[in-house]
Design a protein around this ligand. Structure first.
Ligand code: FA5
Length: 350
């Protein structure tokens, strides 16, 4: 082995032994094996050698090159292992048998108001029902007195699926199934139908501070003999005063929905601006929150209930908007954003 190669090997071994980071290792690689590195310089020194010397020296330099490259790879692995061990040693110790740290999570504000409403209505004898998000045209429209080509369909820009079903545009889509489920108890045992059914709704809406394409509603129905508008107003007022824990300013005005007669719009004074007008309420001071009305006779008939004998009310509470008003969320889109900065503020009532 030539003198030069032996010296270079010694120098390399000393530097490699002292290397304590990937960065230093890379510097060593460049110093020895890089384009201008010591090994390349050795090759350049061959130009004055005889062909015989060139052959022997060239072979030695190639062996050296491979040895150095191999040593660098091995040192790299050793350094990476050491780095990983240091990282693991610095990590806090986890005891997987410990109960979850509940402070780290919180319920979504819509879940919070939904649960509050469920508790309130359950205390007044209502069943809580769940329902599908994919429903038939019959459930979403026809059973609700909205035949094909009825202009009222235009108010709910609908996502249709290729199999003819659709994403429910309102929780009213469950009304027919609820009537059919409870009608026997009503007719045979005189048990009034009292049910609420919260759910996610979908509409192809242009979004703004108070409109989302995916939002939650909570439908409620009550059917019995002699149910009147006064019953409807009582339940709406009770629910709102329980949710807000104070009297809230509401207004009732006529509203058209083919599945109720008469129908009303129930608006709430905007809690964001105190009724002054802001983007959250489209500068009107009021927010449409809970349309309602007396169930249309055709809808009762479709549910197998005789409208000559029974009457009822229905309402469709905008749960997402209620969460906005309840928690002072100015823009409805924040609620679907998944942003922890927004959502982690709602830690109460876990
Ligand atoms: C309906 O969906 C009727 N099914 C409600 C109903 C039920 C009326 C029973 C009568 C009897 P409307 O499209 O207005 O109605 O929606 C009801 C409520 O849902 C609105 O007042 C509002 O609070 C909420 N809502 C509707 N569209 C959106 C939207 N794009 N983003 C957020 N909330 C919405």
């Amino acid at each position: 082995m030539s003198q030069n190669i032996a010296e270079l090997k010694q120098e390399f071994a000393a530097k490699l032994a002292a290397a304590d980071s990937m960065q230093t290792l890379e510097e060593i690689r460049v110093d020895f094996l890089g384009k201008k590195g010591s090994v390349t310089e050795l090759l350049k020194s061959m130009k004055d050698m005889s062909p015989e010397e060139k052959k022997t020296f060239g072979q030695e330099v190639n062996v050296l090159k491979n040895e150095l490259a191999q040593a660098i790879t091995e040192k790299g692995e050793e350094l990476r292992r050491a780095e990983l061990e240091r990282e693991v040693a610095s990590m806090p110790e986890f005891d997987v048998s410990m109960p979850a740290d509940l402070d780290r999570g919180s319920f979504h504000p819509i879940t919070l108001v939904q649960r509050e409403c469920e508790t309130i209505f359950k205390s007044m004898g209502f069943h809580v029902e769940d329902y599908a998000e994919i429903v038939s045209d019959y459930e979403c429209f026809e059973a609700l007195n909205i035949p094909k080509h009825h202009p009222a369909r235009d108010m709910q820009d609908t996502y249709y699926l290729t199999n003819g079903q659709l994403l429910k545009t309102h929780t009213s889509a469950a009304q027919n199934a609820i009537y059919k489920k409870y009608r026997d108890d009503l007719v045979n045992n005189g048990v009034p139908i009292k049910a609420i059914f919260p759910g996610r709704c979908f509409r192809n809406e242009a979004t703004d501070a108070c409109h989302e394409n995916t939002f939650f509603q909570m439908e409620g129905v009550m059917v019995d003999k002699n149910i009147s508008i006064s019953n409807l107003i009582f339940f709406m007022k009770t629910m709102l005063s329980e949710v807000f824990k104070r009297d809230v300013k509401v207004r009732l005005r006529p509203g058209f929905f083919p599945f109720v007669e008469p129908g009303f719009e129930l608006d709430i004074s905007c809690a964001i601006c105190g009724g002054e007008g802001c983007p959250s309420c489209k500068h009107s001071g009021w927010l449409e929150l809970c349309p309602c009305g007396m169930i249309h006779p055709e809808v009762l008939k479709a549910g197998g209930i005789d409208p000559e004998e029974y009457t009822g009310f229905a309402f469709g509470l905008g749960l997402t908007r209620l969460a906005m008003m309840r928690y002072g969320v100015k823009d409805i889109r924040d609620l679907n954003s998944g942003s922890l900065k927004v959502l982690s503020q709602f830690k109460e009532d876990k």
